[in-house]
Design a protein around this ligand. Structure first.
Ligand code: DAH
Length: 382
């Protein structure tokens, strides 16, 4: 490459070096070289032909580089020019190689001039790089306009679990009727879970087979009914309260899960009758299943209610009655345990399985589907 360098036709004085940007930050070498350029001139009279040729070559290199640099229209093109001039096999290196033929006196002269010209070329590169970078940035900004009228990217939205959806529907209906919503703990005292609810010691529900016992008189609550007594102890009649939450039993198959959800409601006041219970439950079932739903009250037994009734709704899909609720008038012993005078006050109570209601509502064949959290199943409820 170096051999093809054009030589200047006439040997102009060496100090005739053109500085485009004297204020520019040149490399250290070139700045140091500047003041030393003057003595070089004095030696021109005795210079060897080889030195003359090297100095001419160096001198012509700057305008040549300037032309090539300004011709480069992008950073890639500019880099190619950089390699051509400053690379390992570039013009400057080729000139440097010729220093071997110079005398020890002339070598530093050539060295200073090489550094001086190199500094100038580096400055030209720096300036052009800055310009091209600015231009490329401007181009990108112009090209990458934002169309604010385009619709945005919608992040995938989650949804409430079907059991949560049904829980919400049920609580909304009862709260619209004036019930307040209060929660109780999932780890409950054996007394509140059983004794206070008039469930005797020998009752089969208290068997280890059904109940998950914790330490020191605690159980995982087997139903939401203990919240009745908790609230009675906590409030003054009249009161109408619902609760929802998880309950636990030692049970697992297609229709039973060791953890499931219940909803419980009760009202206590003067003159509360079975008629009020029927009215409230009718209202609820019509709101939940739709107007005209067929409802049936069937005599039953629960230790905490007297009389007790189970409530069925008619299902065309199943072609029969489906049991949905347990209910009754609160047993006087339960009122007493809640600190309420059964001579003065009466009350009704009811409880239902939320998962069961969800299965009926959405025709879910297996209870376990509700708790496996298979995203394909859950997506259907979005
Ligand atoms: N606690 C009962 C159960 O888990 C459901 C129940 C029945 C709750 C009758 C009540 C009620 O409040 O009056 O099966």
């Amino acid at each position: 490459m170096g051999t093809t360098l054009p030589h200047a036709a006439t040997g102009l004085p060496l100090c005739f070096i053109h500085h485009d940007q004297p204020e520019n930050n040149m490399s250290d070498q070139s700045q140091e070289s500047l003041p030393q350029a003057a003595p070089v001139e004095e030696e021109t009279s005795t210079e060897s032909p080889e030195l003359r040729s090297i100095l001419d070559g160096l001198k012509s290199l700057v305008p040549q580089a300037r032309a090539a640099i300004s011709k480069a229209n992008d950073l890639k093109g500019l880099d190619a020019v950089r390699v051509e001039y400053l690379g390992k096999k570039g013009h400057l290196t080729e000139i440097n190689k010729r220093f071997g033929k110079l005398s020890t006196d002339e070598r530093p002269i050539a060295g200073r001039m090489l550094n001086l010209h190199k500094g100038e070329i580096l400055t030209l590169f720096k300036k052009r790089t800055d310009d091209l970078e600015a231009r490329e940035l401007e181009d990108t900004l112009l090209k990458e306009t934002v169309d604010v009228t385009l619709p945005g990217l919608r992040p995938p939205l989650g949804a409430h679990h079907p059991v949560a959806q049904v829980t919400r529907q049920i609580t909304d209906i009862f709260m619209n009727m004036g019930f307040s919503l209060r929660y109780g703990p999932e780890i409950e005292t054996e007394w509140l879970n059983f004794d206070a609810l008039n469930v005797p010691r020998e009752h089969p529900a208290r068997d280890m087979q059904d109940t998950l016992y914790a330490d020191r008189g605690y159980v995982l609550r087997t139903h939401t009914s203990p919240t009745q007594v908790r609230n009675m102890l906590d409030m003054e009649p009249p009161m109408a309260v619902i609760t929802t939450g998880k309950v636990y039993r030692h049970d697992s198959d297609a229709t039973h899960s060791p953890m499931f959800h219940q909803m419980e409601g009760f009202a206590v006041g003067e003159g509360i009758s079975f008629g009020h219970l029927k009215g409230v439950l009718h209202e609820f079932l019509e709101a939940f299943y739709g107007a005209g739903v067929k409802v049936r009250f069937r005599p039953s037994f629960f230790p905490f209610t007297e009389p007790s009734a189970e409530v069925d709704v008619w299902s065309d899909a199943h072609g029969g009655w489906i049991e949905v609720l347990g209910s009754g008038m609160i047993h006087p012993n339960v009122l007493k345990n809640g600190g309420i005078d059964p001579e003065k006050y009466t009350g009704f109570a009811f409880g239902l399985g939320i998962d069961r209601l969800t299965m009926i509502k959405y025709n879910v064949p297996d209870l376990r589907l509700l708790f496996e959290n298979d995203i394909r199943f859950l997506r259907q409820f979005q």
